[in-house]
Design a protein. Structure first.
Ligand code: URA
Length: 436
């Protein structure tokens, strides 16, 4: 593709790149021009890659980030659900291991009286994707036309839809994210924030709760960087008229006791049935509380969960997308159990190690478009803080491809610590909250 060097508009790609490379601030006109040109193909991939790298090094001001986000939204369709009879509210997680929270959360918040339009993604690398998890339910489909989405959201017995974003939603972000992935330019707070928020704002939700993960298994390893990302996203949402709040939550160890698609669906159904692991229940209720408050509803999600209404909404939500809530979930053909080597207390189960192991077992994909094994993943029989005895089962690995087991075991080799005694004090799950 020819590089864009023409100066007919008074703006050109090379001067935009060099302005940012030298630490300057891009004007609104420059940002609109370069994002539009990239979407249309007149700004070449190598020019956008160079600009992305300059942004990684030099950053963007709040004004530049807001304009960049607006330009990405303007590259495609912006949905509008303001005519629905119920307030709309969505949740976005920056991604973690065992993060199945959307599955119990969306029907719970719908059961509280809000409409939940959630455009979601498939997993890449060590974090699983919500669509992959739901696709393990027999018959369930991720593709929903906008007209059908609107019908589901307006239906008081359903109210929640989790589906794939259409190609026309922030197409500039789709192209740019693919380019950033292969040019070492993902790690930039303004680029991550504008990428996430352009899609969420274009999705048409009236309110948004962000779950920004912090720790070993997250994008953001440090609390300070996570706080900066959360603050940038909250500001972008509020500037665009979307009521936005962020929770910063721990991702040093996996959430719950499963990582892997069908395994996580089964665990989510346990939560909807009133059981499930304490951390999954606590985070679901914390996020639901924020969502319900932003939606202006005076309901306690804990009461709704305890009363069984969230389970009713789960069943109608799954059926609305072709799924059978009573259908048998896929199970992997092979399992392998890893056992504790000594007596003591499990003090560390590293989220990144578990995520990579689950991915190697077949739960995730290495490249976009690869298939996933729905039954693959890891069951955790102990979590940090639990006493263990030598020989006790710690993890069960599930896979259809037993050749993958040694690679998964290798990923877990440095991920498990058993000490003689437990550390004092519980590690908090919710680390901070940003937004008014
Ligand atoms: N997720 C996104 O959608 N975009 C990013 O840039 C990073 C994570």
């Amino acid at each position: 593709m020819p590089c864009q060097t023409g100066r007919v508009t008074g703006v050109d790609a090379v001067s935009i790149i060099t302005t940012k490379r030298d630490g300057g601030e891009l004007s609104d006109a420059q940002i609109d021009w370069v994002v539009d040109g990239f979407t249309r193909g007149s700004v070449a991939d190598e020019q956008m890659s160079a600009l992305a790298m300059a942004i990684v090094w030099r950053g963007m001001t709040r004004r530049e980030t807001a304009r960049w986000t607006a330009a990405m939204i303007a590259s495609g369709r912006r949905m509008d659900f303001t005519d629905l009879p119920r307030p709309t509210v969505d949740k976005h997680s920056t991604g973690g291991v065992g993060d199945k929270i959307t599955l119990p959360l969306a029907p719970l918040v719908a059961a509280c009286g809000a409409a939940v339009p959630q455009l979601s993604g498939r997993g890449l690398g060590h974090t699983g994707g919500t669509l992959d998890k739901l696709e393990s339910i027999p018959g369930w489909r991720a593709d929903v036309e906008v007209a059908r989405m609107r019908e589901i959201l307006a239906d008081p017995a359903i109210g929640a839809v989790v589906c794939a974003a259409g190609a026309d939603l922030a197409p500039a972000d789709k192209r740019l994210y693919a380019l950033r992935d292969v040019t070492g330019t993902v790690e930039s707070i303004p680029l991550i924030a504008s990428s996430i928020m352009s899609k969420k704002i274009a999705e048409g939700t009236g309110a948004l709760v962000l779950d920004v993960k912090v720790g070993a298994g997250a994008f953001m390893k440090e609390l300070g960087a996570a706080r900066e990302l959360a603050t940038t996203m909250v500001e972008l949402g509020q500037d665009a008229g979307v009521r936005t709040v962020a929770l910063l939550t721990a991702m040093d160890t996996p959430l719950g006791r499963t990582a892997g698609n069908a395994l996580e669906v089964a665990e989510s159904v346990e939560v909807l049935a009133g059981g499930g692991p304490a951390d999954v229940v606590a985070l679901t209720l914390a996020l639901a509380g924020e969502m319900v408050a932003l939606a202006g509803l005076d309901v306690d999600p804990a009461d709704v969960l305890a009363g069984g209404r969230a389970m009713d909404y789960w069943r109608t939500m799954v059926r609305a997308q072709g799924g059978d809530p009573d259908g048998p979930l896929p199970r992997a053909r092979h399992t392998e159990t890893l056992r504790a080597e000594r007596d003591g207390v499990l003090t560390r189960l590293d989220a990144m190690g578990v995520g990579i192991a689950a991915w190697r077992l077949g739960a995730g994909r290495a490249r976009q478009g690869d298939p996933v094994q729905f039954g693959a993943g890891i069951e955790m029989h102990a979590k940090p803080g639990d006493p263990v005895v030598a020989g006790q089962a710690l993890l069960t690995l599930h896979t259809d491809t037993p050749d993958a087991i040694p690679g998964a075991v290798a990923a877990l080799a440095d991920s498990i610590t058993i000490d003689a005694t437990a550390p004092t004090g519980d590690a908090p799950l919710i680390l901070d909250r940003i937004g008014s």
